[in-house]
Design a protein around this ligand. Structure first.
Ligand code: ZN
Ligand code: ZN
Length: 256
């Protein structure tokens, strides 16, 4: 880009995205291009990926499975990974949750490439196994109201980064309550049961399902079960974040 073109490009960009930190709104100095200030960037609530369970939660040394996976009767996923932690309650100091809420409810689509970088970071070990990427779908009406499906935007950004095709493999056919609003495992299971159906697509042997937040795993599991019915043998899951409360739940009350 020529110097003039570059200046015009950034001037237009600044009209839409004034240069400030997406979380704490600290203005950036002229010419600085980033999503987060150094302070917020340093506080991102990452999950230590060095020793995680197949469901993506961090494990203490000496354990190979978390209590929830150990109690699982049927194994649906090969692996799930989440980049960091998510706090449902309003907490402006929680950087990753604030980013996700700003993206999802504040309509800040411009954050998709940053969140996709996080997906890339956490999901890199899965990448060699993945042939297709898909996403948790929304009801068309809900998607129209929001203007986009956050999971689809993330999946498409990740598809660009990884050079892997993104397919619309599922459709949502039933309205559901947000899983986080339901406290009992039966209520969550009932909420999500029959919510999706397979879309028309040509399945490969392995697929990655992308979502923004892993709350109890019930949504991802319901999607994965359907995809298995289409003949896909290897299911992987990847989310930007995982709800913190899950680690305090009793495995008996898990929503699967
Ligand atoms: Zn900041
Ligand atoms: Zn586990």
């Amino acid at each position: 880009m020529s110097a003039l073109r570059e200046r015009v490009f950034y001037a237009v960009l600044d009209l839409f995205y004034p240069p400030h930190c997406a979380v704490c709104s600290t203005p950036f100095s002229e010419g600085e291009r980033a999503f987060l200030c150094a302070d917020c960037d340093g506080k991102i609530e990452r999950i230590d990926q060095r020793h995680v369970c197949r469901c993506g939660c961090p494990l203490p040394e000496g354990l190979d499975l978390c209590p929830w996976c150990a109690a699982e009767s049927e194994r649906v996923f090969e692996q799930i990974r989440s980049f960091g932690w998510y706090e449902e309650r309003e907490d402006p100091d929680h950087v990753l949750s604030t980013l996700i809420k700003t993206f999802k409810y504040g309509g800040e689509r411009a954050l998709a490439p940053l969140l996709a970088q996080y997906l890339d970071e956490a999901g890199r070990p899965l990448r060699p196994q993945i042939e297709q990427i898909t996403f948790v779908p929304m009801r068309p009406k809900a998607e129209r109201e929001r203007g986009f499906n956050q999971a689809e935007l993330l999946a498409r950004e990740l598809g660009k980064l990884w050079g892997i095709p993104v397919v619309r493999a599922l459709e949502k056919i039933k309205d559901t309550q947000p899983q986080a609003s339901l406290s009992h495992h039966e209520a969550r299971r009932e909420n999500i049961r029959g919510a999706f159906r397979l879309a028309k697509f040509t399945p490969c042997a392995s697929i990655l399902i992308v979502d923004d937040v892993y709350t109890t795993g019930a949504t991802l599991t319901e999607c994965a079960r359907l995809l298995k019915e289409s003949g896909i043998s290897q299911l992987y899951g990847l989310t930007v974040a995982r709800a913190t409360q899950k680690i305090y739940e009793d495995p008996k009350h898990r929503a699967q």
